[in-house]
Design a protein around this ligand. Sequence first.
Ligand code: BGC
Length: 717
Amino acid sequence: MLGLAFWGATLLSVPIALGEYVVPLADGSDGWSDAFSKAKALVSQMTLEEKLNMTQQNNYWPRVGEVDRLGYTGLYYADGSEGIRGLPFASAFDMALNGAASFDRELLYRRAVAIGEEARGKGINTQFGPGVNLLRVPEAGRAFEYYGADPYLAGQAAAEHVKGVQSQNVMAMMRHFIGNEQEDGRTFINSIIDDRTAHELYLWPFQDAVHAGVVSAMCAYNGVNGSHACSNPLSLGKWLHDELNFQGFVLSDYGAVFLGGEVDAANAGCDSVIGNSQYPFNGSMSTSVPFGPGGVLAKAIAAGNVSESRLDDMATRIAAAWYKVGQDQDFPPLVTGRNVLSVKHNELIRELGAKSAVLLKNEGTLPLKNLSYGGSGVFAGGQGSSYANLPYLITPFEALQQRARQCGSQVFGYFDNYNHSVQASYAAKANAVGAPCLVDVRQQCSEGYDRANLSASWEGDQTILAVAGRCNQTVVLYSACGPFNVTSWVDHPNVTAIINAGGAGQEAGNALVDVLYGDVNPSARLPYTVAYQLSDYPATVNPGDTVPLNTTFIDITYSEGLFIDYRWFDKNNITPAFEFGFGLPYTTFNYSGLSIQTMGNNIVSQAAPNASELFDDLAHVTVEITNSGSLDGTEVPQLYLGSPAVGAPNQVLRGFEAVHLAAGESQTVVFNLTRRDLSYWDTSIEGWTLPFGDYTINVGASSRDIRLVGKLSLSRQ
Ligand code: BGC
């Protein structure tokens, strides 16, 4: 592995020229030695053609690179972040963004184990995900596939996902590496990210996934600082391979190797490709095949432009991933139609949905006792390549009817989204008998495009206003794919409760009813900020990005730097409608007893550490949380850190825990702060540095509901 200092010097003096960079060969370090030696032995017996076969998939579905005579099964890839894409008899889980909203590591782990179990059950080798791009722009079309707007939260979620899926011997694949924060123009945008921002925000969750042992990565369509992500010596080479010492393999997104960039891709660290080479900057596919027998790579090896040792490295990395997750031992044969549905997973999905529904407002209407209902459809999840077919769908109306039957209440549904006068007249009738009115609205979101605005789809906002105009207990049930526009109705006096259910998958209705009736005490938190105005956000999708230019990249400069989402709102004193980390329970919690300890003595080296030392604990923060209400519930205390580093945001998330407490119960919660948590990326040395000085420790129930404040001092001794 090349040293960090070497790279610092190289970058400062000689910019890396495309085509000159050759990624370091995998060496079996960081816990890969066993898998690596087995892979080396396997690959040494392969022919050139067999190795090339491992590097290319043309048609999306078939198995890639099997070598029967050596017992290597090759890989079958499956898409999806809401479960397994497009296959029958598999579950439709909640969106990854819902997982983030749970702020619950144990739940995220169980979600991933279940997805891994289903993949394994069908004999799927590689289950795509976790997706860890950040919610930089609020309209981001694929935000539902990711873990929100904070790198720490995304990183923690990604680590649980990797551990869970890979516990089932299935490969996880982190993606889309890197800078793929919007969908519009995704194959011809060039994300320009400064060095510090790249490390403290966008690379951060990928680093957590690598630390958790992820065996594969998908490089993205977009450019990063001037060259395509799948042939990029800076992002693939320096960041992923040199700095993170990634020993697994990199797969291109579908067609994300561009015509003319195939050799650079091979040299920069792309190990395998799906799809043909794409024409640069215009979004269409050529007939050229980048890798595989007869492809551009094979010709480049013959001509000496790519070394055969690099091809060996590609094959070794892929085979090492296969050994690392144990697919050489009794892995089930592929049967895509095998039924992997189970009652256990149905129940889990219901639990995931309930524990990721964020209660944003409640002026006494919830939990419900009896009800009326006005609906406008249900949202199980976003669309695109992550979409899992629904084996069935419990709608809120169906679940409410079941509940009404059990508890002797009455429910009525009206489903015309556009007839606001009839909506209003039914609302008045419910109001006349003292029943609450539930308005179920949603956003439409998908891969492939960003949302045109943050409003509810199909006149949902008008429906809310029509009902709220006549019903003084209006409950808004909102299925959001990311930040959503609440401005026209949030402060309406008749809107007495708001729940953001996200996309909860096949059990969406049951999960919502569990929260509405208080069977589950809500505990989820917003993994992004909900602003009053679109212009309050630091960056939005550039509308010009939808027109391909055909000759060059369209630059998207991440000029807000470290200040996305709550960091921006805090810095500029902008009041949001609902802040990052916000969510109400039906009970109350007290915070007390903040105590802060540095680990060992207080002598801490500022020197740039190696990758694993970054995860050493340097400080512990403890607080006591008490359920001071009369209902059992779960609180999510959050730790926000203010760093003495120059240019640091006021505070950044560096800890959270979902703590279940019976009424009256107390528990001590410990947050571990690692060296990386306390460091900043020092561009002058191209490394993590621990600033000496005073850190502010804020512990609270959201980024703006800070209950306890303390100080941590680090100094040279
Ligand atoms: C998406 C990937 C997906 C691939 C294959 C692409 O359009 O960006 O996330 O894995 O298609 O379906």
